[in-house]
Design a protein. Structure first.
Lengths: 115, 110
């Protein structure tokens, strides 16, 4: 059974860039799409974007100008970068396997942006 | 404000049945499948239903899904206290070119 383990800085200052990585265990990044999502405290889920093993990406139009998702097949992991962070970007960030169907999730990383 | 509309909360007694609705989105999404996720507070979401009515391995048949047009429904029978969680529907929105979710429904098992 595939497992996703994610890590990255949990406390950022306004204008800094978020960087998170998600490692895939028990399976390969090849043949699947991989997504990033976020959930502000007490609120619902927001899809950030996705990537496949070839590097083809689709981003949420609302975040597209600030998002970069990349994949490293040699390390079997994929990453998220979100620039120009503000307090509105404070959320739990999740990595997940899939696109429209997200069948495995990382544990989540709480990212807090302070001014 | 979410693209898909869900009731904020539903409740029922143990052993009873509950349904959670999910509606809205573009009329162009009529052919798009819906997924449902269960999220116990403090944990990551878990896939319950995909392609509107299919269950992943390990999900009991107490959970079911259906879809008609741009509306979908999650059904849970034989409610257990362990079913208390937030439930989210999600789908691809053709107009937004993005995966979208409902605002979530909090299930309370009285």
């Amino acid at each position: 059974q595939v497992q996703l383990q994610q890590w990255g800085a949990g406390l950022l200052k306004s204008s800094e860039t978020l960087s998170l990585t998600c490692a895939v265990y028990g399976g390969s990044v090849s043949g699947y799409y991989w997504s990033w999502l976020r959930q502000p405290p007490g609120k619902g889920l927001e899809w950030i974007g996705e990537i496949n093993h070839s590097g083809t990406t689709i981003y949420n139009p609302s975040l597209k100008s600030r998002v970069t998702i990349s994949v490293d097949t040699s390390k079997n992991q994929f990453s998220l970068r979100l620039s120009s962070m503000t307090a509105a970007d404070t959320a739990v960030y999740y990595c997940a396997r899939g696109s429209q169907v997200l069948d495995s999730w990382g544990q989540g990383t709480l990212v807090t942006v302070s001014s | 404000q979410s693209v898909l509309t869900q009731p904020p909360s539903v409740s029922a007694a143990p052993g009873q049945k509950v349904t959670i609705s999910c509606s809205g989105g573009s009329s162009k999404n009529g052919n798009n499948d819906v997924s449902w996720y269960q999220q116990v507070p403090g944990t990551a979401p878990k896939l319950l239903i995909y392609e509107s009515n299919k269950r992943p391995s390990g999900i009991p048949d107490r959970f079911s899904g259906s879809k008609s047009g741009t509306s979908a429904t999650l059904g849970i029978t034989g409610l257990q206290t362990g079913d208390e969680a937030d439930y989210y529907c999600g789908t691809w929105d053709n107009s937004l070119s993005a995966v979208v979710f409902g605002g979530g429904t909090k299930l309370t098992v009285l």
